[in-house]
Design a protein around this ligand. Structure first.
Ligand code: ATP
Length: 243
């Protein structure tokens, strides 16, 4: 059975339809790179799955349960964690406090303060710093750490590298790779295609609210993804080629 199944999802911002008739299923352990141009609907889709934005129609099933009408915090308790674009940490609280708050709403499991510090060494020395004073990379690490503290079964990670220096991105991806080696299920929105492909097992590309490509990462070339990105091969053989 799929861990996540999205069926005919439509999501609107007022009159604008940001996500159109989107359907897909993700199995446990899959690492999905969700790519697409600015405004394609990636963040809106992730927010709808996390319960931060109510869909206009369609259904979201998580581990066999219909969660479409469930509030965001109830979805966290079920095991869905969103790391939103812009990180959205509590700026007046320390790193440790941000992480501890997350623990209250989530599930019990492997992820504790110590485990998060182990995964993100850059956070260890900044444990007592206010998150408002962190660098961009530290903020992103804290935001991912906060999601992990809920012991999620599905992690939705929006714009990992946005605005960060290459050296910091490399540090974050090193941590991400050891997280994934532990068997996480992840949907990753990433503007840097090669970074996304370095960890993904599957690629989904959105264009104007629709998924126009969905296939195993090993079965698609960079050029084919770029074509899908710009809508050049909408009816191509690999589009939605995954069974
Ligand atoms: P980006 O990489 O720029 O974040 P995206 O693929 O994540 O792009 P979304 O942010 O989901 O795309 O945006 C999809 C569409 O919805 C765009 O046309 C965007 O302008 C619009 N949109 C997003 N958020 C809002 C909002 N809060 N109010 C109105 N329109 C919005």
């Amino acid at each position: 059975m799929s861990l996540l199944a999205v069926d005919q999802l439509d999501v609107r911002h007022g009159l604008l339809q940001a996500v159109r008739e989107v359907s897909f299923a993700i199995g446990k352990g899959e690492i999905v790179a969700l790519v697409g141009a600015n405004g394609a609907g990636k963040s809106t889709l992730l927010r709808a799955i996390a319960g931060a934005h109510a869909p206009a129609s369609g259904a979201i099933m998580f581990d066999g349960t219909d969660v479409t009408a469930l509030r965001a915090h109830r979805r966290v308790a079920q095991g869905i964690a969103l790391v939103p674009e812009g990180r959205r940490l509590f700026g007046g609280m320390t790193v440790q406090e941000n992480l501890q708050v997350a623990m209250r709403v989530g599930r019990r499991g492997y992820w504790t303060l110590d485990a998060v510090m182990e995964l993100f060494p850059m956070l260890r020395a900044r444990r007592d710093a206010l998150t408002g004073n962190l660098s961009g990379g530290e903020r992103q690490a804290a935001a991912i750490g906060r999601a992990l503290m809920t012991n999620p079964r599905l992690i939705l990670l929006d714009e990992v590298s946005l605005g960060l220096a290459p050296v910091v991105i490399e540090q974050l991806y090193r941590s991400l790779r050891s997280l994934l080696a532990g068997g996480a299920t992840l949907v990753l929105v990433e503007q840097e295609l090669s970074r996304a492909l370095s960890v993904a097992t599957r690629v989904m590309c959105m264009l104007e609210g629709r998924i126009v490509l969905d296939c195993p990462a090993a079965a698609v070339t960079r050029d084919q993804i770029v074509d899908a990105y710009f809508g050049l091969h909408r009816a191509g053989t690999i589009a939605r080629g995954r069974a």
